[in-house]
Design a protein around this ligand. Structure first.
Ligand code: DGJ
Length: 679
């Protein structure tokens, strides 16, 4: 066993040019080849800490194409396409997806970054401006940084690896730095003492896995059909899972599983890769001619051209890597645990999430104050804990036409929001409110005052979708407006829950840089609000589950999983979501169904059981329930209250899949293994 000076076991073991990253059950080993390239040795089941691996580059069979790409490194021929790298640039014979693609002042895009040194530190730093996993003092966590530099261009990269030993995960990200001046001629022309570097692609990580048959599982979807499960063979060429819609989106998810073809839920090797990012992303898989598999993850590079002035740096989003030798279910459990304990806010670690009654599916934006009071009273009777007022309470029109104008519509709610909050309190509930803070409608007062606050191309009119344009969160004054509008209602009404919706994708972004700057502004808004109002639970939403990702979970520990609440469809959506995200993060409510029956309602029962499979709530007009149905709902609420500590905090097992047959079976086992729930 390798110990540090204090006799403690170490998570990162350095042995000459080899770095062995060890979690409780896995090993990830890399080295420095020829003192120049960080190369990948191994990722899999835990190996002996002091194992020493020989790099096998030259023994891999060489295809014709690689012969044209060999280079002499210190007296040895290196075949670039054979090197299993941890980092790769453009223009020196590696034709696979690069980790970085940069353009320099002379127009060239050739980079050659070489290893300069390393540093191992205790713990983990949170990323600047971006969400990331965190650790506490006392956690067994260590960080390795590898420093690379291209002496000809001044581009530097700091590759960061953190081992969260007890959680079985390793995080990776890269910080790129323009360490100019590099080109004295253009430096003197610009008069700024150095040249700009343009990042055309700047991934968070790449890794090369050995040549072997592999499959990947992606989670494609659409509105009301989020995160289905699709298994594909890794074939020669490049497969890409990405979003360029502004958000992670309904259509693709920034989470992917790689597995051996024989791997099932219960057995076999599976590798997970998740991005802690909510904007445009790409996860790409490339099978090289020699069969090795490169996986790259980070920002979507379509149209990227990020300018790094001399001395400036660029931080990429974090990726969370996990490995399971016991199938995909175990892999999911690894993500569930680390997200609950070291991504979501600690305040929610053991606290029960409130059972919400949201009337949106019942009445839409169309309601009267009296209808809300009726729903609140029945909500109290059946034992709900949080009354949430969805869209329709705000602005001049009192509906979706008023996005941006976050003041109460007094025609609809003559006694104001506080009155509803008091009524809810009298019925044993707290009060939550819906916002769509990133949008304004073209009919809003806000648009009249600040038409230029939206994403638009200068001199051209921006086209609304659903009457909405997207506010440009790369502008600090827009972020301040949002913080002020949401914060004011929290304070005035005494809200303890916000449903944060977002109902259209980006169009008319100036460029990809604006899309990433938007995300930086967005995370600033979320961090500010969640820090300032620690008593408020934020739930993410984007036309249902259009932004369900680890970046959101850092600030909003639950997401409205989908606008689809039909239980037979929801089974698939929740099942698919569970691969990458914990059960407690999936808001799942009994939706509006045909009610008013005097006999026991079997469809209500089915809806309730599916909703109980996640973070349970009610999404209906409760005032329409018959007395029998009311008693039914009350029973489900009571049952869930008894079980939620197991469902939300326990380990989750996918026993039967709705994608494979007629039955879906889910099991939840408490962490101390003393209790279980089978659905
Ligand atoms: C989309 C959300 O997913 C719904 O739950 C609801 O909040 C509507 N938006 C309101 O416009």
């Amino acid at each position: 066993m390798i110990l540090n000076g204090e006799g403690e076991k170490m998570a990162i073991i350095q042995n000459g040019n080899q770095f062995h990253l060890q979690t409780k059950n896995t090993s990830y080993i890399l080295g420095i080849y020829q003192d120049k390239y960080p190369v990948h040795f191994y990722w899999g089941e835990r190996l002996e800490p002091d194992i020493s691996l020989e790099y096998q580059a030259e023994s891999v069979s060489v295809d014709r194409a690689s012969c044209f790409a060999r280079q002499l490194v210190e007296g040895k021929w290196v075949f670039e396409p054979d090197l299993k790298k941890e980092f790769s640039a453009v223009g020196k014979g590696d034709y696979r997806i690069p980790t970085v693609h940069a353009r320099y002042a002379d127009g060239s895009t050739v980079s050659d970054l070489s290893y300069e040194g390393f540093r191992i530190t205790e713990g983990k730093k949170e990323l600047e401006g971006l969400p990331s996993l965190y650790v506490f003092e006392g956690d067994r966590a260590q960080t390795l940084e590898l420093f690379l530099k291209d002496p000809d261009t001044g581009l530097k990269a700091a590759l960061s690896y953190t081992v969260l030993e007890d959680y079985d995960v390793i995080t990776r990200s890269i910080r790129y730095v323009n360490d100019g001046p590099s080109d004295p001629q253009s430096a003197s022309m610009s008069g700024e003492g150095g040249s700009d570097i343009h990042l055309l692609s700047a991934m968070s990580m790449t890794v090369d896995l050995p040549a072997a048959p592999m499959q990947y599982i992606q989670f494609p979807g659409d509105w009301a059909r989020e995160r289905s499960v699709e298994c594909c063979d890794v074939k020669h060429g490049i497969a890409s899972v990405s979003s360029s819609r502004g958000y992670s989106s309904h259509c693709n998810n920034p989470f992917l599983i790689l597995k051996e073809p024989s791997t099932t839920e219960k057995q076999g090797q599976a590798y997970g890769l998740a991005l802690v990012y909510s904007g445009n992303f790409a996860i790409q898989i490339e099978k090289a001619p020699v069969g090795t598999i490169r996986v790259a993850a980070g920002l979507d590079s379509f149209d990227l051209d990020w300018t790094l002035k001399p001395g400036e740096s660029f931080q990429t989003p974090e990726t969370v890597l996990a490995y399971s030798a016991q199938g995909m279910n175990r892999l999911s459990q690894i993500y569930h645990r680390v997200y609950r304990d070291r991504l979501m806010d600690q305040r929610y670690l053991h606290a029960s999430r409130p059972i919400v009654i949201n009337k949106y599916e019942g009445t839409g934006s169309d309601f009267t104050e009296q209808q809300l009071i009726d729903i609140i009273r029945v909500g109290g009777e059946v034992g709900a804990e949080m009354f949430v007022l969805d869209s329709g309470w705000y602005g001049r029109y009192g509906n979706g036409n008023s996005c941006g104008d976050w003041y109460v519509n007094e025609e609809k709610l003559p006694h104001g929001l506080k009155y509803l909050a008091e009524e809810a309190k009298a019925c044993g509930m707290q009060m939550g409110l819906w916002f769509e803070p990133e949008m304004m409608t073209v009919k809003s007062d806000l648009y009249r005052e600040h038409p230029d606050w939206c994403l638009h191309v200068k001199g051209r009119e921006s086209a609304p979708i659903y009457g909405r344009v997207v506010l440009d969160l790369s502008r600090p004054e827009v972020c301040e407006y949002i913080i002020g509008s949401v914060g004011r209602q929290i304070e005035e009404v005494g809200l303890t829950y916000i449903k944060w919706d977002c109902n259209r994708y980006f169009t008319e972004t100036a460029d990809q840089m604006q899309a990433h700057k938007y995300m930086l502004g967005f995370y600033h808004v979320l961090k500010t609000l969640t820090t300032k109002y620690p008593g408020v639970l934020f739930e993410g939403c984007s036309g249902g589950g259009g932004r369900f990702d680890a970046g959101m979970l850092r600030y909003m520990p639950q997401t409205w999983t989908s606008d689809m609440t039909k239980p037979e469809e929801r089974l698939c959506i929740q099942h698919g979501t569970s691969y990458g995200y914990p059960v407690v993060s999936m808001a799942s409510h009994i939706g509006q169904i045909e009610v008013g029956k005097n006999a026991r309602n079997p469809y209500l029962e089915f809806s309730a059981l599916v909703a109980m499979g996640g973070n349970f709530g009610l999404e209906m007009d409760l005032s329409l329930l018959s007395e029998t149905e009311k008693a039914q709902v009350k029973g489900y609420v009571e049952t869930y209250k008894r079980l939620r500590h197991i469902i939300c905090q326990g380990d989750f097992y996918r026993l039967e899949s709705p994608f494979d047959g007629p039955y879906t079976t889910w099991e939840y086992v408490s962490r101390d293994r003393s209790e279980a729930v089978l659905l």
